[in-house]
Design a protein around this ligand. Sequence first.
Ligand code: NAI
Length: 394
Amino acid sequence: MKIGIIGSGTMGSGIAQVAATAGCKVKLYDTNQFALDKAKAALEKILSRLIEKDRIDADEKSRIQNNISYVNDLKYLSDSDLTIEAIVENLDIKKKVFSELETYVSEKCIIASNTSSLSIASIAASLKKPERCIGIHFFNPAPLMRLVEVIPAIQTSKEVLEKSTRIISDWKKVVAVAKDTPGFIVNRVARPFYGEALRIYEEGIADFATIDESLKTLGGFRMGPFELMDFIGNDVNYTVTETVFTAFYFDPRYKPAFTQKRFAEAGYLGRKSGKGYYDYDKNGGIIIPERDYYREKDSHDKKLTQQIFDRVLVMLINEAADALFMNIASAEDIDNAMTKGVNYPKGLLAWANEKGIDWCVSKMDELYDEYREDRYRCSPLLRRMKTNGLRFEV
Ligand code: NAI
C-alpha cells in the first residue's frame, strides 16, 4: 500500500511512522525543507530509543526508515492509494492543496484530512470527486495513541469509508466512526472536563489543585483538568473550546471561560511557557502549591472533593449521552474514543451504567434547578432511559 502524507510536522511525521511501521511505503511531503529534515532526525531518535527499550531491533528500525521517503513536491505523491493531509489548520490553504493534489493522483486514491476542527464536507467540496474525501483524525502522539476517528462527509462514498476503516485497523489502531460535526467525538465529549472545572474554579468553590486532586483520586484520571490544560497549552485548548462553541451556534454547554482566555492572553500557556495554572521547573516538572484547605482527613473537604468530582463526571456523562442521542457515533465508539483517544479510566457510558441512570438524571436536574442555565440541561436520552429503566449497551 502506498501512502502520501502532506505536512511533516507533529502529526504528519507521527502518522508516517505509524504507516511505515505497518509496512506501507510512505512519501512524506512538506514545503519546508527544515520540517522534513526535522521529521527525519526525530524518527531516527525515536527508533533508536525503541531499540534501547528492546521494543524493536536494528533490522526493524531500518525497515521502518526505508519505508519512508521525504519529498518536497506534491507531484511525487501521484502513485498513492491513500493520502493524509496534516498541514496548517486553514480551510483555504487545505482546499488549495487538495485541488492541486487531485490533478496528480489516480481516480481511486482516497484523499483524507487529519483536521481537528474543520468540516470534512467543506474540504471535500474542493475536489472534483468529493466522494473520495474523508476525515482520518489521529491523536497526538500518533504512534502512541490507539484511537483514530474516521469521519465520512455527506459526500463520502460507502466504499471509501469501508476502505479507510480497513486500512486504519490494519495499522493496529482502534477506529471510531464519527459524524461530520464540530469536535467529532473526543473534542466534543471532553469539553466539560475543562469547562466545568473552570466554572467550579470561577465560582470560587475550590482552587486548581483541589479540583485536579478530586478528579485524580476519586475518578482515576491520570491528570486533573488544570494539569491537562497546562500540558495541552492554554492557547491551544482555549482555541478548540472557542471553535467548538462557535461551530455549535453558541450552545451554552460549550461556552469558553474567561479564566482560560486571560491565562492564554497573559502568556501563561502552561508547561511550554513555564507557567500556567501551575509553575514548572526547568525540566518541565510541575510545582504543585501547598494547599491551605485541602486535607484528606477533613470531612468537609471530602464532601467538597466528592461534589467537584460528581459535577464534572455527570457533565461528561451527559455530553457522551447527548452525542449518542444525536447519532454522532455508536455507544461503543463513544466509549472507545474517550478511553483510547484521551486515556479516560473508563468509558463514560459504562460509567453512567455504573453510577446508575437515575443518579445521572437527578444530578443534572439538581444542577439545572440551582443555576437555571441551559448549560445544565439533561440529555433527553438519559431521561428517556430512566423512564424505561434502560442501561447503555457498551
Ligand atoms: P504542525 O505545525 O506541527 O505541522 C504542519 C506542517 O505542515 C509544517 O511542517 C508545515 O511546514 C507544513 N505545511 C504548511 N502548509 C503547507 C502546505 N501548503 N503544503 C505542504 N506542507 C505545508 O501542525 P500539526 O500540529 O501537525 O497539525 C497538522 C494538522 O493536524 C492540523 O490540521 C491540525 O488541526 C491537525 N491535528 C493536530 C493535532 C495536534 O495535537 N497537534 C491533533 C490532531 C489533529
